[in-house]
Design a binder for this molecule. Sequence first.
Ligand code: RAM
Length: 316
Amino acid sequence: ALITAPAAAQDMKIALVVKSLGNGFFDAAAKGAQEAAREIGGIEVIYTGPTAATAEGQIEIINSLIAQQVNAIAISANDPDALVPALKRAMDRGITVISWDSGVAQEGRQLHLNPSDTGLIGETIIKLAADYLPEGGDVAILSASSTATNQNAWIEAAKKVLPEKFPKINLVATVYGDDDAVKSTNEAKGLIASHPNLKAIIAPTTVGVVAAAQVVTDENLIGKINVTGLALPSEFKKFIDNGASQAVALWNPIDLGYSAVYLSHQLASGKAKAEPGAKLSIGKVGEITLDDTNSAAMAAPFQFDKSNIEEFSKIY
Ligand code: RAM
């Protein structure tokens, strides 16, 4: 008969550091992180982040993780540069450092894992608005924090494709809700007040997109302003249902968290090395290939609308 081995000592501590706590997207990623830890065994996941999405808050956390002598830090960064000195200190002490979701400058991490190709996400967020604006019109972006690496890269990519691919779409403003519900709500109200011809709000943040859709609902603007962007189906289904939004997109945040822990473990255990061209396993999710900046991207985003949001809302 098989004898179940006693629970192994947790011999590796991997910290999953997020932009801020209380964000459903990161809670879903933490679920995936736990899945990877269970599958690999012998891993303790420390899920942590500041209460507000700031670099200062993350630096404090990094310093405390160094003091706790964790084996790896996998971070979604609130700023590409501000965290570099603290993360360099961590690496000097032998701690594996990767960024995922929102990146850190190359000298501050061993690799960066993008959820999807940056150019593709940039184009997707504009297309989501353009698809429902055949005549074109004014749109505005409600982002996360002004220093968020990921949103800034997506917005830059979006602006690049605008003039050629979407000539009738007129981007009138970009504002920042800091992934804070109250600030995002106020910024959405401000956009609507100052741009009377606004036809769409594009929020490439799961926090901002909910706030904007709630404002459009509360101000009786359903059918006049379409809210779109990147949304977690479980949080956003009601706004597809009520018509505040026609469609949104996202990738699987559970797989993203799983992959961040899987890669951290591979590097921290010496099973893999981060170098340009390296093919690294991400377990059941597949494989990534690092480019010359030691970055890699996962799959294309999925689109959610009336036809499929119900199904996905049960998963994440
Ligand atoms: C928010 C965060 C996160 C981003 C998603 C789409 O939850 O800003 O970094 O990837 O939105």
